[in-house]
Design a protein around this ligand. Structure first.
Ligand SMILES: [Cu+2]
Length: 505
């Protein structure tokens, strides 16, 4: 779809827009703070005070996690990778809202690591971002995470170091609300992933290939073309064109490939809550269950007005909860890897019938749900108020130089406060993501759940389509230093990250 020429034109256009945005930034109330501004520190009294205000049950949930090298059998393929002992896609961490989660992390990897609790409005010093909220956990080292579980919902966790997320280092974190009226008979956690580690390459090798930049190969209208471990011409209209950068040999649901799928069993007529998590590194999925309708009830942990859909699109880091009523037979649970002509597969079995295979696909004609189709449940919508501060975050860069950035500045994780944008406690903050690139980006904010415009859902990760803007709002009620970044692990690591930091009063 997108030729190299188009990308070049876009790069030029992006540079012009960047200048304009820079000027606009100077004339309005400034979002960028100078280096002389002092910011709230992760271990400060303000952070402790915010933690003390969270409702607490007094219950302590204690778990141990060991990040370590492992060997997996992925449907007959042997993969040497890194994973957690103590949690996995099928072994979530779980607690009630208000419980204290204590996780003793041991690092048995050859590299430093950390754990980031994705989507949680937790205390800043437990957010797991090395050099920003904690020191990296060195090989052989350990770290004690301890924080109040702030909101119920479907969350997950992963390292915030390099490309480690694209190995097996992730697991769900499910937070229950004992007072929630459960309108379903059972629930399943469904983790979607794109897999290459130990099969075709390591994620670090993939990043090194991508950083060489895209070579000019002329027209690419023939569908996705593999070049080593990268992909060219992977395109999806649902993502506004270019869908992804990386070739994956396998797509997994709960750690299982399509030739050895997980089978979920139920009785016909049972109502099942699905908690769907996209833990992928570079793949958006369209998820659905063949011959079943989804009723979407939550996204990124927060309830929405229930909405029916045949399928739903999840960018990396996004979660959707949906309820289905099980039919009678055997059905394909499908996560189509958008633009990549492949899919992950699991099986829903309630009766007899032939198990579906990868040949079963989702109906292509159905319009999938995306976040913009949903509305926040009234209980979780942000109250109406004026915006105190607008931060313009222009998404910049491209494949040619692999120079993904925000406002033209590439994050250096050794100095994550270098270009920090200041906000103040109590402000209503608008983030204006302006995508000047030719690719979509799932933009994630740490420590807060913003709201999409027009009464849209509360989310911590949202898709920003190429050439488009997305304006979201949040209340600055969780002091500290927080990243906002693209959740494409390769874009983030290349530099599409910035820090939003609370100024000291
Ligand atoms: Cu991105």
């Amino acid at each position: 779809m997108h030729s190299t020429l188009n990308r070049r034109q876009f790069l030029t256009a992006g540079a012009l827009t960047l200048t304009a945005a820079g000027l606009a930034g100077c004339s309005s109330r400034s979002g960028s703070a100078t280096n002389t501004t002092s910011f709230v520190k992760p271990g400060s009294a303000a952070v402790t005070a915010a933690e003390a205000k969270r409702r607490r049950t007094g219950t302590v949930v204690q778990r141990t996690l060991t990040a370590e090298p492992v060997t997996l059998d992925l449907g007959g393929k042997t993969a040497k990778t890194w994973a957690y002992r103590g949690a996995s896609a099928t072994e979530p961490l779980r607690g009630n809202v208000g419980d204290t989660l204590k996780v003793a992390l041991t690092n048995d990897l050859p590299d430093p690591t950390s754990v980031h609790w994705h989507g949680l409005a937790l205390r800043n010093d437990m957010d797991g971002v090395p050099n920003l909220t904690q020191k990296p956990v060195q090989p052989g080292g350990s770290f004690a995470y301890e924080f109040t579980l702030p909101e119920p919902g479907t969350f997950w966790f992963h390292p915030h170091v390099g490309t480690q997320l694209d190995r097996g280092l992730y697991a769900p974190l499910i937070i229950d609300d004992p007072n929630e009226k459960a309108d379903y008979d059972k629930e399943w956690v469904i983790v979607l992933d794109d897999w290459l580690d130990g099969v075709t390459a390591t994620p670090d090798q993939v990043l090194a290939e991508l950083e060489k930049g895209m070579i000019d190969h002329g027209g690419m209208d023939m569908g996705p073309m593999r070049m080593g471990n990268t992909l060219m011409g992977a395109s999806s209209p649902l993502l506004g064109g270019d869908a992804g950068d990386v070739y994956y040999p396998l797509y997994l649901i709960n750690g299982k490939p399509a030739n050895d799928p997980q089978t979920f069993t139920a009785k016909p007529g049972e109502r099942i809550r699905l908690r769907i998590i996209n833990a992928g590194g570079d793949t958006a999925f369209r998820f659905g269950v063949a011959e079943h309708q989804l009723t979407i009830t939550h996204t990124d942990g927060f309830p929405v007005e229930p909405s029916k859909a045949e399928s739903v699109v999840l960018g990396m880091g996004e979660r959707y909860d949906a309820v289905i009523t099980a039919g009678d037979g055997a059905f394909a649970v499908i996560a189509e890897a958008l633009g990549k002509q492949d899919q992950a597969l699991a099986v829903l079995r309630t009766g007899s019938g032939t198990a579906p295979t990868k040949k079963t696909t989702l109906p292509p004609t159905k319009t999938p749900a995306t976040a913009s189709d949903l509305r926040a449940a009234s209980a979780v919508g942000l109250p109406q108020r004026a915006v105190d501060r607008t931060l313009v975050l222009e998404l910049t860069g491209g494949m040619e130089k692999y120079d993904w950035a925000i406002n033209g500045k590439r994050m250096d994780m050794d100095r994550p406060m270098r270009d920090a944008l200041g906000i103040k406690q109590g402000e209503r903050v608008a983030l204006e993501f302006k995508n000047s690139t030719t690719m979509w980006h799932p933009m994630h904010l740490h420590g807060h759940t913003y709201q999409l415009p027009g009464g849209g859902p509360r989310k911590d990760t949202a898709i920003v389509l190429p050439g488009k803007a997305l304006r979201v709002e949040f209340d600055a009620d969780n002091p500290g230093r927080w990243l906002t970044h693209c959740h494409n692990v390769y874009h983030g690591e290349a530099g599409m990250m910035t820090t939003i930091a609370y100024q000291e009063n």
